[in-house]
Design a protein around this ligand. Sequence first.
Ligand SMILES: Cc1cc2nc3c(=O)[nH]c(=O)nc-3n(C[C@H](O)[C@H](O)[C@H](O)COP(=O)(O)OP(=O)(O)OC[C@H]3O[C@@H](n4cnc5c(N)ncnc54)[C@H](O)[C@@H]3O)c2cc1C
Ligand code: FES
Length: 257
Amino acid sequence: MIRKELCKINSQKEIAVDIYELSVTGELVSQISSPGQFVHIRVSNGSDPLLRRPISISSYDKEQQTMTMIYRKEGKGTAMLAEKGPGDVIDILGPLGNGFPVEEVSIGETALLVGGGIGIPPLYELSNQLVEKGIKVIHVLGFQTEEAVFYEKEFFINGETYVTTVDGSYGRKGFVTDVIKDLRFDCIYTCGPTPMLKAIEQGYADKKVFLSLEERMGCGIGACFACVCHRADDPTGVSYKKVCSDGPVFRAGEVLI
Ligand SMILES: Cc1cc2nc3c(=O)[nH]c(=O)nc-3n(C[C@H](O)[C@H](O)[C@H](O)COP(=O)(O)OP(=O)(O)OC[C@H]3O[C@@H](n4cnc5c(N)ncnc54)[C@H](O)[C@@H]3O)c2cc1C
Ligand code: FES
């Protein structure tokens, strides 16, 4: 069930340049059903900005009713969010959308988790849940540059972890796809920039692939049509899916990206 709640901030810290880790407490945590779901955050107490900002849940603890989000300070909304601190409350709507299907991999199989930039956060809870299920996980995390790198150690605790940077300042120089081609795995879960998702979808048609998409959003709950994308199985291009309520996670080939 989706709830709208004033959640208390437990902590907020900058974990890489312009990358913030925000932990909050709220009853809505008990409603989270899968890794990869997101929340819609009202960043101001007034009407500017009017729209909430969608941010993925990067980890959660149902017993403690806490959840963590990791976001990049991008524009006006996330800059306002970054100014908040412990004890402040924020208006959160969630949990929203359908996350990654953990049940698609079985024991004995290997799951490859591929994240680019701010697409990496929802993969962390996914990694935790797969490991808890006894699945072998491999992570490939792509960043622009060394100062943007976060959560390498956290992922490493769960399994083999490769880091790439576009400028070669840390890890392997290049893109996540340069690393993936040498790995063996059964299933891919991925979230990140559209060109990366396209390359993975096209390059691994023989595997189970699940992609988490990002679209500009209005309501976040399937009511406003701001986030529609075309279904891949309709050549007329008139059928669509809503990223907020049908996604954000889709099976490869389900929608046009
Ligand atoms: C399902 C989903 C999950 C996301 N999870 C994360 C996350 O875990 N961490 C993170 O850092 N970012 C995440 N994003 C992107 C994040 O929502 C945007 O970076 C943020 O809305 C930018 O707001 P702003 O006011 O700072 O920027 P501005 O550029 O000032 O925003 C202007 C408008 O554009 C929208 N917008 C801008 N960039 C994006 C974007 N990439 N995707 C969707 N809408 C955008 C804003 O919501 C706002 O309505 C996610 C987006 C979606 C759709
Ligand atoms: S954001 Fe309103 S329908 Fe998806």
